[in-house]
Ligand binder design. Sequence first.
Ligand code: HEM
Length: 120
Amino acid sequence: MIKIIHLTFILLSISSFIGRIILSQTHPSILKQRALKIAPHVIDSLLLLSGITLVIQGGWLSSDFGWIIAKIIALIGYIILGVFVMRKRGPLRWIAFLGAMTCFIYIGIVAVTKNAFFFI
Ligand code: HEM
């Protein structure tokens, strides 16, 4: 059940991120609405909370948990780069976007493989 909630917030997070980028290019004034400013923080907090719940529920801290630390670090990268994407303009924005997407895909692969160094 919690895993389904976790997966739902992952989908909400990535779709709201991409949605906000599209809106900032096409209808930037819509993004000034209070609800659209708060929603991403609520979604990302609940995503983190569902992840922490899965860690506790699955007793992952009593096993080899390096992959969980890697996920949390990459999540911080995804959030910081996401803030950059929304604040910057020009090429820097798209470099930050690529970085954020790389973090997101890395987190997903680490979740499935349970290996922070799956690429070696
Ligand atoms: C953008 C952020 C995240 C993404 C894309 C993501 C992705 C995923 C995916 C795809 C799964 C399912 C893996 C499977 O069934 O094999 C999963 C499970 C899980 N995630 Fe996340 N996750 C994110 C954030 C987090 C965070 C921040 C934590 C920890 C604080 C976390 C902890 C877990 C745990 C413990 C599981 C359960 C693993 C299992 O039972 O096999 N996740 N995550």
